[in-house]
Each structure stands twice: as structure tokens, then as C-alpha cells.
Design a protein around this ligand. Structure first.
Ligand SMILES: [Zn+2]
Length: 423
């Protein structure tokens, strides 16, 4: 096949009239002209245009590089009158990208794929494109993919929140709006949905998107102790069991445990013991005993010998780990009652007492953990990727971009999953 016929294949409706090369600048320009026999279709409405040409404008469209030479198609795009639009319109060209008229469909696919796997700045530098235009292109591409996005079938999901904004954008904005609600499929460990807020409504949005029928198929939803998510699940998923995930329960518990440690350190410790129960040592007190090193165990033993309250603290903390190791909800309940006793005996653990009462009220929900042992909500991998994406997205401070990027990198909004011939 001659090169001329080859280009006729990849730029249908046009033929090559000339080429120019700049060896030093490493640029190739391929000059095209529309073939007379091609039907002229309106680029807006798809209607056949009137035959007489009424104008044209010059276009320079980047395509795949040839041997490291930036390669452009240069041609005049004809304008005709459209009887349907009642306006002058340019002819439709299938091989030009939908996102931007400056690149071909082929090059757009390649560029988009590059943006999926590397930061915009690197992709821009590597391809010699302007970072801002590339960012706009990437956003448009993701938005278009999102229109065709189908949420995969899910049965077991986790609901999480991530902090999305650096600081308040508008004075009246509520704190909830600075979070994203992230829905993950537990079986594939991928993000299937992102809502731009943290509220009951944010999760409702997901359930409405998948529809009533598919909500019935959801078996289990794991989330933190935030009430909004729980009531959304109750309202939308008739067959789902709601579970608090272990990670968030331990996070809350450790917060209260640390408050007590700080109080003891302030009011009940002197001299060397005061030094041993604060600062860099504070995380030692929430560490599971069999995870401590020998030196750490000695450290804790010294503290406990000196101050009996730290013995209670240690018992309560170990008890909490044992709850999760329990085989049944009944065993866990026994352990929990024991913890309650220790808190009472110690007499001064007001914070932990509050925590215990609260937990006791939620016991019916907590019990579900022993049916579906869900440890951590967002997988470590997803969490790390979100952090990296956040760093990348902050350069542009656009929440929609950030949201779509999470779906792209941690989920299914990418060319691996969404076929690119969706238009
Ligand atoms: Zn038209």
C-alpha cells in the first residue's frame, strides 16, 4: 500500500496533497484536502448540508508521532449551510477527537490512556503538550466516559469518607461538603462510586443511581459509626445487614483510650513516670501487647508497677482486641461486660465510661460483625492511590476532576473497563 492510500484509510473523506518536514524542530505536517465525493454532514445535527461551500477555516490537528516527529494534519475545513440548524456549519469529521478539535481520535485515545497511568504534568512534558490544555482534555474525556459509566453489580460494599478539600471554599459551606463519600466493592476492592459530600443524601445518591431492584441485591454494607450512612442503608436496602467496620471502631476506641492516658499523665503521674507516659510513648499504650517489642513491654510494665490505673487501661485495651478475636457475638458480649466492670472499678475513667455506654447502645449493630468480619473499609491500596491523586488534582483545585480521577484510577472509569467505542 502506498503511503498516500494509507493516509486515505486513516483520514477518510480526505486525501494527502503534500507533506513538509522540519528536521531540526522534529515536526511533520501532512497537508490534506477533502475528497469531492464525500458526503457533507453537519457537525452539530448530523443532517446533510447544502452542497455549495460557503467558507472554510484552517485546522492543524495533532496525530500519532512518526519516529519522534510531532505530526500534524493540516487542512481547510469547509463550511456549508445546514437547512436543519438554519446556520452555517462545518462538516463532520469522524477521525477528529470529540474532546478537542486539535487532536485525532487515535491520538486522543493514546493521550487519554497516558493520563490514566501518569500525572498530567509528566504526560504533558513527555508529549510536549501544554499542561492546562491536557488537563482540560483529561477532564472532558472522563466526563464523557462517566456518561456511559455503568456501576458494576455489587453485593457487599463499604462506605467511606475521605477529606477532599484543603480548606473552606465558601464561608457558608458546611464541613460535610469538604468530604467525599466513597463506595467500594468488597469483592473487587475497587471504588464504584464517589459522591461530593458526606451525608445521608450522598449515599442515597448511589442507591438511586443503581435503582431499587439492585438495592435489593445488596447483602452487606460496612461503614463507620456516622448515623447518616446507617439510615440511608435502612431506607434503601431492605435486605442489607449494616456493619461497623473494625478499623473505625478501633479508631474511636483509641481516641477515648488516649484521652484517659493523657488525663492520667496530667493528674496521676510524677517525675520519670510522667515522662514515660507521654510524647513519643503515647502510642505504646494502645498497641496490642503481643505486638510490642521486649523493650516496649518492659516500658509498659514499669509504668504499671508504679501506677495501678495503667493496669486497668491495659486490661481494657486488651479486652477490646479480644472482642474482635471472639468466635461468637455471645463471647464478645461477655468480654464487653468485663470491660465495663474494669471501667467501673477504676472509678476515674469518665471518657471511657461515655464510650462504653455509647457502644452498648449500638451493640445490636455491632453484633453483625461476627456474621461478616469486615476489618478495614478502604483497602490500603485504594487509600494510598487517593492520596496520590489528591496531590495531583490539587494543582487544579477542581472537585469534579478529583472525583472522576478517583473513579478512573481506583475504579472502573478507564479504558480497561469502559470500551472506547462508546460514542
Ligand atoms: Zn445542522
Amino acid at each position: 500500500m502506498s503511503l498516500r492510500r494509507f493516509y486515505k484509510k486513516i483520514t477518510p473523506g480526505f486525501e494527502v496533497v503534500d507533506t513538509k518536514e522540519w528536521l531540526k524542530k522534529k515536526i511533520i505536517e501532512i497537508y490534506l484536502k477533502p475528497s469531492p465525493e464525500t458526503p457533507k454532514i453537519c457537525s452539530k445535527c448530523g443532517h446533510r448540508l447544502e452542497p455549495a461551500k460557503v467558507g472554510e477555516h484552517f485546522m492543524k490537528v495533532r496525530t500519532m508521532d512518526i519516529h519522534g516527529f510531532k505530526t500534524y494534519f493540516c487542512f481547510k475545513r469547509p463550511k456549508h449551510n445546514c437547512s436543519s440548524c438554519k446556520k452555517t456549519r462545518t462538516i463532520k469529521i469522524d477521525w477528529i477527537s470529540e474532546e478537542t478539535p486539535h487532536v485525532t481520535e487515535e491520538y486522543a485515545w493514546w493521550l487519554g490512556r497516558l493520563c490514566e497511568i501518569s500525572p498530567i504534568t509528566s504526560a504533558a512534558e513527555f508529549t510536549g503538550n501544554d499542561p492546562n490544555s491536557l488537563w482540560r482534555f483529561d477532564l472532558k474525556r472522563m466526563q464523557r466516559m462517566f456518561q456511559h459509566y455503568k456501576i458494576p453489580k455489587v453485593k457487599r460494599i463499604t462506605v467511606d469518607e475521605v477529606y477532599a478539600r484543603k480548606k473552606k471554599h465558601y464561608a457558608k459551606e458546611s464541613r460535610d461538603n469538604r468530604f467525599f463519600t466513597i463506595v467500594c466493592d468488597l469483592d473487587t476492592r475497587r471504588v464504584v462510586w464517589v459522591s461530593e459530600s458526606r451525608s445521608k443524601e450522598a449515599l442515597d445518591e448511589f442507591f438511586h443511581a443503581i435503582g431499587e431492584e439492585r438495592c435489593k441485591e445488596i447483602e452487606v454494607v460496612a461503614a463507620d459509626q456516622f448515623d447518616g450512612y446507617k439510615s440511608s442503608v435502612k431506607e434503601n436496602c431492605p435486605n442489607a445487614t449494616f456493619v461497623w467496620d473494625r478499623f473505625h471502631i478501633m479508631q474511636t476506641f483509641n481516641k477515648y483510650l488516649n484521652d484517659e492516658r493523657a488525663w492520667l499523665n496530667n493528674h496521676m503521674c510524677k517525675g520519670e513516670i510522667k515522662r514515660l507516659t507521654r510524647g513519643k510513648f503515647k502510642q505504646l499504650f494502645s498497641k496490642k501487647s503481643d505486638r510490642r517489642t521486649k523493650a516496649e513491654t518492659r516500658h509498659i510494665n514499669d509504668v504499671m508497677r508504679d501506677n495501678q490505673y495503667f493496669i486497668y487501661l491495659e486490661l481494657i485495651k486488651e479486652g477490646m482486641y479480644q472482642i474482635f478475636d471472639s468466635k461468637t457475638a455471645e463471647d464478645a458480649r461477655k468480654k464487653f461486660e468485663e470491660i465495663g466492670e474494669w471501667i467501673k472499678q477504676a472509678k476515674i475513667f469518665y471518657e471511657l465510661e461515655k464510650w462504653w455506654k455509647n457502644f452498648d447502645m449500638g451493640w445490636e449493630t455491632f453484633k453483625n460483625y461476627f456474621k461478616y468480619r469486615i476489618t478495614s473499609s478502604l483497602s490500603e491500596g485504594v487509600n494510598n492511590v487517593i492520596k496520590t491523586v489528591k496531590k495531583r488534582a490539587y494543582g487544579y483545585r477542581n472537585m469534579t476532576y478529583f472525583k472522576l480521577k478517583i473513579l478512573q484510577v481506583c475504579g472502573f472509569l478507564n479504558s480497561k473497563w469502559v470500551p472506547m467505542n462508546f460514542q
